[in-house]
Design a protein around this ligand. Structure first.
Ligand code: LLP
Length: 435
């Protein structure tokens, strides 16, 4: 459920008319609903009642400072993956002490920064990394809290580029070798074994792979608790969101109308399946959801440049491009595209929705049906709150889009559109080319 809906003929985010946002700040612009994020957070908490659960929001999904502060205010920590992300948490007034540090290639400088700010735990992906963290902790005269990421070899049935829990991808240590890795960790004088972690993939739409993975890892977690006194089990993130019926899924009635045997994953069904498996462990449970927290809380606003009628296809050329939202080009992912002003008297249009970048991959949707739209009219890409802005680039020297946050009837710019001067600020022509 979320807070993007038509009020009369105009698409609103909460009580804000999105056309007003586009008028004020231009396009392309990302808009986020603070209330949807908060609802998602509270639903997840309620779904996990009975557990000592703590969300470490996977900030790679959306790391705008306003978003981070919002989750920090709600009590979340962060799943972070770089020194830059540590500094973002600090800049947003968040708490590194309630956060975890993941990733296969943490540098010594990043490890030191995390230790200096009292990171709750490192999620360690390999044995060489144990040695590196031990070395840095020794140099700083502290003990580094660690958990090993175990790879349960479960098929998450999601896009090949975002599945992570199979044994043939780069993440984690196979469950069969994990006991040896913990023994190695226990030998290091500057490490404290604090937990165990897994993450099987992203955009999971059924609870079965989560159940399978938890069932595989829970006995090992129990063993680690006995042996090393671990305090927590992080079950990672990965809860999927609705992309195809994005607009309709804002309303409770849509969820109720889904056939019982095909009901999409919800925090309630996720909790109902996992709480009974996790409760007996008596461990703190960390969650690292990113997409579920913010995905349906964001939309990307764009403006139509032209309707180009081709010989056998129409192209709706918009002012957003693959540099702003790369998911369709990168993963063939579907984003629902809707006009900001709905007019049922218009004819239907079937068109490819494309950006202005000089690549045929700069295409958001093929043969999409929507109402006829002309130059200057506005539309929204829904479910764009996760992995939208954070994966954007400056390709074709297009500056980063603006970001706006809405709460109730108020909205504020939370990131100004990048200017040309900002894009080239670090560049220079070397002396040997100047004449
Ligand atoms: N924990 C770890 C260790 C992760 O690697 C990830 C995501 C998460 C948590 C959060 O997963 P989530 O709850 O958001 O599914 N760019 C892709 C998704 C890549 C996910 C990478 N890791 C996309 O746009 O679909």
């Amino acid at each position: 459920m979320h807070h993007f809906r038509y009020s009369g003929s105009d698409l609103h985010c909460e009580s804000v008319d999105l056309a007003a946002v586009a008028r004020l700040y231009g396009t392309p612009t990302y808009v986020y609903s603070a209330t949807t994020m908060e609802d998602n957070y509270r639903r997840l908490q309620r779904g996990l009642e009975g557990l000592d659960a703590h969300l470490c929001y996977a900030m790679k999904a959306n790391s705008n400072l306003a978003v981070l502060r919002h989750f920090a205010n709600l009590g979340a920590g962060f799943d972070l993956v770089s020194g830059g992300e540590i500094r973002r948490v600090l800049a947003a007034g968040g708490n590194v002490r309630g956060s975890v540090f993941a990733g296969v290639g943490k540098t010594e400088a990043e490890i030191a920064l995390a230790l200096e700010h009292g990171i709750f735990s490192f999620h360690v992906e390999s044995e060489p990394e144990l040695a590196r963290i031990n070395h840095v902790a020794g140099r700083l005269g502290v003990k580094a809290p660690v958990a090993i990421r175990v790879n349960p070899d479960v098929d998450a049935h999601t896009h090949a580029k975002i599945t992570t829990g199979k044994s043939d991808n780069k993440f984690g240590i196979p469950l069969a070798h994990a006991a040896a890795a913990y023994e190695a960790a226990a030998q290091y004088p500057h490490l404290e074994i604090r937990g165990v972690q897994m993450h099987i993939g992203s955009q999971l739409t059924s609870v079965a792979p989560f159940v399978e993975a938890v069932k595989k890892v829970a006995p090992f977690a129990a063993e680690l608790k006995q042996r090393y006194g671990i305090k927590y089990f992080s079950i990672g993130g990965g809860m999927g969101i609705i992309y195809r019926d994005a607009l309709a899924s804002g309303a409770a009635q849509w969820w109720e109308s889904q056939p019982a045997d095909q009901r999409p994953l919800t925090p309630e069904s996720y909790g109902a399946a996992l709480v009974p498996l996790l409760q007996p462990l008596g461990l703190k449970i960390l969650l690292e959801h990113g997409r579920f927290m913010v995905g349906n809380a964001g939309a990307l606003l764009a403006r139509v440049e032209h309707l180009k009628r081709g010989a056998n296809r129409n192209f709706l050329v918009v002012d957003a491009a693959m540099n702003d939202l790369v998911r369709p080009a990168m993963y063939d992912s579907y984003h629902e595209i809707v006009p900001l002003h709905r007019d049922s008297s218009r004819r239907a249009l079937v068109a490819d929705i494309v950006g202005p970048i000089c690549e045929s991959g700069d295409c958001f949707a093929k043969e999409r049906q929507l109402q006829e739209l002309g130059e200057g009219e506005l539309l929204a890409f829904l479910s764009a709150g996760a992995y939208g802005y954070t994966m954007a680039s400056r390709y074709n020297t297009r500056g980063m889009a603006a970001e706006v946050m809405v709460r109730g009837s108020t909205f504020e710019l939370v990131n100004a559109r990048e200017t040309f001067e900002q894009i080239i600020a670090g560049e220079k022509v070397p002396a040997f080319l100047q004449r």
